[in-house]
Design a protein around this ligand. Structure first.
Ligand code: ADE
Length: 225
């Protein structure tokens, strides 16, 4: 079983994503475990303070090191082999190759911050800093949910053969999936490409490969612009 944990001030953020669709099925089948650990439970002062103002001034609040590091230690006690990942816009960018790398580990712990970020010293207690992309979320939780979903669907046995992850976009080094169509044959004047209705499997295969290549080239051009 692949063991996942989230360190968060908002455990309830994970309730609905983990109780719908593929993640809920994977949990029920015992293919993955998930525990949310409340960082506030590790605050030792009487107000359970988890954030404070930045030294040197400036706006916003930072996550304090003591409760966060205590929560990380608890996560490592519960799952001694876990890989601890801090979610932060300044981390390396998540992608499918990373997802495939993570599922080879015994498990993952996703550290979610709120407010303006973490006290920098916390970085010494994690294994990696990870970003979802070049934009700022109001906290790590939505990023953690995305990472969890991307990992869970790749675990052996989670997807049925009809949903197989093998043909996913990106599984082959950045090659995008081809366009897909279902019924009706015509929708608001837009027709399904004739080749897909032809029954000619070799021609269909060739068309799909060509469309994949075109899309991948187009995407690459956009990202270089
Ligand atoms: N926390 C805030 N923004 C984030 C991002 N883009 N990726 C990961 N964690 C974040």
């Amino acid at each position: 079983m692949f063991h996942t944990q989230a360190l968060t001030l908002f455990p309830e953020f994970f309730h609905s994503p983990m109780s719908c669709s593929i993640p809920s099925r994977a949990l029920a089948a015992g293919l993955v475990s998930f525990e949310a650990i409340q960082i506030r439970d590790f605050a030792t002062d009487k107000h359970h303070k988890v954030d404070d103002t930045p030294y040197g001034g400036g706006p916003g609040m930072l996550m304090k090191p003591e409760p966060v590091v205590a929560a990380i230690r608890e996560a490592r006690i519960r799952q001694p082999e876990t890989h601890v990942v801090m979610l932060t816009p300044s981390g390396t960018t998540f992608n499918q190759a990373k997802a495939l790398e993570y599922i080879e580990k015994p498990g993952i712990t996703l550290l979610c911050g709120r407010y303006e970020g973490f006290d920098e010293r916390i970085v010494d207690y994690v294994d990696e800093e990870l970003s979802l992309g070049d934009y700022v979320l109001s906290g790590g939780e939505p990023a953690a949910v995305s990472v969890l979903d991307a990992l869970i669907r790749l675990l052996p046995g989670v997807l049925g053969s009809s949903e197989s992850a093998v043909l996913d976009s990106f599984t082959e080094a950045g090659i995008l999936d081809w366009p897909h169509y279902t019924r009706p044959e015509e929708f608001e004047g837009k027709r399904v490409p004739d080749v897909l209705l032809s029954g000619n499997h070799a021609a269909i295969e060739q068309w799909r490969r060509k469309q994949s290549a075109l899309r991948s080239r187009k995407r690459k051009q956009h990202s270089e612009d």
